[in-house]
Design a protein around this ligand. Structure first.
Ligand code: 16G
Ligand code: ZN
Length: 533
């Protein structure tokens, strides 16, 4: 039967390697040097089939990527039927299955089948995607073997961006009314047609220039955008750099820029030019520019969130549909962005723990939810109620012209947005739309508020799990006394704020500090790091 065949194939082709224990965390399974991941991928393939069956045969996604990490690393994560991250209860199953010995493999599978009352007869469909890493094709092969051994059907998309795969899964499962054909062409047609409609036949406006320089991190982003450019025509000029000829994520890409606070290599320096930088699998985006004094300016996820939320707030008011807008951040959001959002934009803000699933989940509580991590991962979600309201009002020709126009703009904007997950290409088009509508240059955008200087540090400790946090990671509950010590240090710095949290992706503790000057932020971060030891 299926289960003993699973064991036979697993033992022959993908035997478990070594005694290592691997965890399905915020980024799925991820390892340095893609070490011994074959058997893990084989097993994730098995699990994906069970997940699909447990969802009545809905399509499930399986994405092979290590995102912004170095080229030799790799990893995998599963995508649930709505195009969202794998449900938390199943993260435990994933960990259990990956760590079962070869002899336990069949019983581990049967445990899941029983726990979730899965019916074997249900068909299963798994959509497989991979990034551009050299190790990805071999890992995809292992996953496909796992899926087929369990009798699942495979849709192999080859090399795609992570958010494209999320989008395809949602399309196949017919989620929401605004989706299209689950192909790359369908994806580009939908988002770019809407983008062009919003811009009309006038790509210039005020100080807005329809031209950007694009740092593709030598990953999948630039490669895919090349196909998208055929749809964009003259509505937006995009110059592609780091488009795959150099090493992936090496001295370029959104993560490098955010962490190092400097421009990437491989992109020519042009004063005040609007530049975009995405990460290796194109689910994160940040903007930057270099001013006439050669100074580097970063516009990160917080900036993108405030730009989009401010614009949406205006449209929502004008459309007079009574929809509620909310913005979701993490503890890493710059304090200035938070007060700008709540005090100036008057949009309610929520703070949740790090990790896209937490932000996404919270955003869905609002009619319209904007969420972004400071690192550049984010999107906008519309509830079914909001979608229905907007779509029907957009066709109501009896509305006053202003109101109708705002409603139509909202409806079209929904088509530019990949609501399933943060999507660098879609996010770029949203930012460009808002800047165009406002007639803003990148400096105008930056002038909306001033970031508080901040510093992040990594601390190596014996066991990072001794640090437990609460209140969206802003308060430490263990070890006892640590939070009091942090509070004492913070008190000495004007506008000081600091928190510590165990990383979900590395064996370290992260320290964040902000204060009124860079020197103070640096000093506070160092002092807090020293009490973490
Ligand atoms: C993962 C998360 C990202 C988060 C980062 C934090 C997803 C898809 N990705 O990359 O959102 O910012 O982990 O890493 O959820 P850390 O726990 O090591 O700080
Ligand atoms: Zn990524």
């Amino acid at each position: 039967d299926v289960v003993s065949n699973v064991k036979k194939v697993g033992l022959e082709k993908y035997p478990r390697q070594g005694p290592r224990n691997i965890q399905y965390g915020t980024a799925g399974f991820r390892t340095r040097w893609a070490e011994d991941l074959d058997y893990v991928l084989y097993r994730v393939g098995l699990l994906a089939v069970l997940r699909s069956k447990s969802k009545g045969g809905a399509a499930i996604g399986l994405m092979i990527t290590a995102s912004h990490n170095p080229e030799p690393d790799n990893g995998v994560k599963l995508i649930d039927p709505f195009g969202e991250m794998l449900q938390q209860r199943w993260e435990k199953f994933a960990t259990r299955l990956a760590n079962a010995s070869d002899t336990e493999l069949d019983s581990a599978l049967l445990e899941i089948v029983e726990a979730e009352s899965i019916s074997w007869e249900t068909q299963a469909l798994v959509c497989v995607g991979q990034d551009t890493r050299p190790s990805s094709p071999g890992l995809a092969q292992a996953a496909v073997t796992g899926i087929r051994t369990m009798g699942g059907k495979v849709n192999d998309y080859g090399i795609v961006t992570t958010p494209m795969l999320h989008y395809f899964v949602a399309c196949i499962n017919n989620i929401g009314s605004a989706y299209s054909e689950p192909t790359e062409d369908g994806y580009f047609k939908k988002i770019i047609t809407a983008f062009k409609k919003l811009r009309g036949d006038k790509p210039e406006n005020g100080k807005y220039v329809p031209s950007v320089m694009f740092d593709g991190a030598n990953g999948v982003g630039a490669m895919k955008l090349e196909a998208g450019l055929l749809h964009l025509h003259d509505s937006l000029q995009v110059q592609l750099y780091n488009n795959g000829t150099g090493q992936l994520n090496y001295k370029c890409g959104a993560d490098y820029i955010k962490v190092q606070q400097c421009a990437p290599v491989g992109v020519p320096q042009k004063s005040n030019a609007r530049c975009v930088s995405v990460d290796g699998d194109a689910d994160r985006i940040v903007y930057y520019y270099i001013d006439t004094h050669d100074k580097f300016h970063l516009l990160d996820g917080d900036r993108i969130a405030t730009l989009i939320a401010g614009y949406l707030m205006e449209l929502i008011k004008k459309s007079d549909l009574g929809l509620q807008l909310g913005l979701v951040q993490t503890a890493y959001a710059n304090g200035s962005s938070t007060s700008y959002i709540s005090k100036t934009l008057k949009v309610p803000v929520a703070c949740v723990p790090t990790g896209v699933k937490h932000l996404h989940h919270k955003a869905m509580e609002y009619d319209i939810g904007v969420y972004f991590e400071a690192n550049g991962h984010g999107t906008v979600t519309f509830s079914d109620f909001a979608t229905r309201c907007i779509c029907s009002a957009a066709e109501d020709l009896s509305l006053p012209a202003d109101q109708l126009h705002a409603t139509e703009t909202l409806a079209t904007l929904m088509d530019v947005i990949n609501q399933t997950v943060g999507d660098a290409i879609s996010d770029m088009l949203i930012v460009e739309t808002v800047l165009h509508a406002r007639g803003w240059s990148i400096e105008d955008w930056e002038a909306t508020y001033t970031d508080l200087p901040n510093r992040q540090l990594k601390v190596v400790v014996k066991d990072r799990r001794v640090i437990e946090t609460t209140d969206a990671e802003r308060v430490c509950v263990t070890p006892a006394g640590l939070q009091d010590q942090i509070n004492m240090l913070v008190k000495n710095f004007p506008n000081g704020r600091s928190f510590v949290r165990p990383s979900g992706t590395e064996d370290i503790v992260r320290v964040y500090a902000e204060a009124d000057t860079q020197a103070s932020a640096d000093r506070l971060a160092l002092q807090v790091a020293s009490v973490v030891h």
